[in-house]
Design a protein around this ligand. Sequence first.
Ligand SMILES: O=c1ccn([C@@H]2O[C@@H]3COP(=O)(O)O[C@H]3[C@H]2O)c(=O)[nH]1
Length: 253
Amino acid sequence: MNLTFLGTGDFYPRSLGHNSALLEWNDTRLMIDCPASNASALERLGLGLHEVTNMFVTHLHEDHINGIQQFAYWHEIHRRMHGNDAKPSLYIVSDLIGDLWSSVRSGLSLTTGGVRELEHYFELRLIDSEDPVFELSGVRFECVRTRHVPSMVSYGLWAKPYFHFSGDALADSDLLGRIEPAVERIFHDCHLWDLTIASHASLADLRSLPEPVRRKLVLMHYNYNYETAESREAFERREGLPLAAPLQSFAFA
Ligand SMILES: O=c1ccn([C@@H]2O[C@@H]3COP(=O)(O)O[C@H]3[C@H]2O)c(=O)[nH]1
């Protein structure tokens, strides 16, 4: 399996793109979140949006879903141009689906072809919120409820034995300690702003994690002060923690 970052930035990412990743294995592609910045990132990888046929949504902040209308319409237009009936699959935990449709319906429901529902654009793969796991092309994914904004539903994605992708999350030492032995890497939110942000992990939070967890960390969802490779390399030399770069790939055996 390969995980490639399509973007690594936060809500104001400049050239980093909003945080999102593309998973590829067994001829399958799954995109984690759908910011609009993904289309140009995919083009730089030589891929069109229509070549990504599975999407997982972690939560509903706009920097994670502001490309869904574009994704839905482009897939539909591409299907019509090529006479292909296969809709992309949307993997989403059931407790997010109502609010996702509320977020995108103003742009997707009224069309020249009539009133549409989300099912017109996607094969909905609803994941049971009581047992939030799904399987795709031989890999089992566990959706891990995260602490991000109080009362807001948000998930990370645990793909044993490969990686854990925190989504937007505070550092949860108990959770990460449980996950760590079962993965090669932990991609974790870290805002890196020089102020307290109560909805994201800080560098100090991650530094205080147990050493086995720290050794597997790769930081993501950071701010635009780390746009350049030089600034990320200087950070890694200083802090001993790597920052994922846009379009950087991680291979898992
Ligand atoms: O309760 C809140 C909600 C939001 N925020 C900020 O707004 C940003 C929204 O996108 P984000 O989740 O990528 O990052 C968030 C934070 O930087 C916050 O500090 N506290």
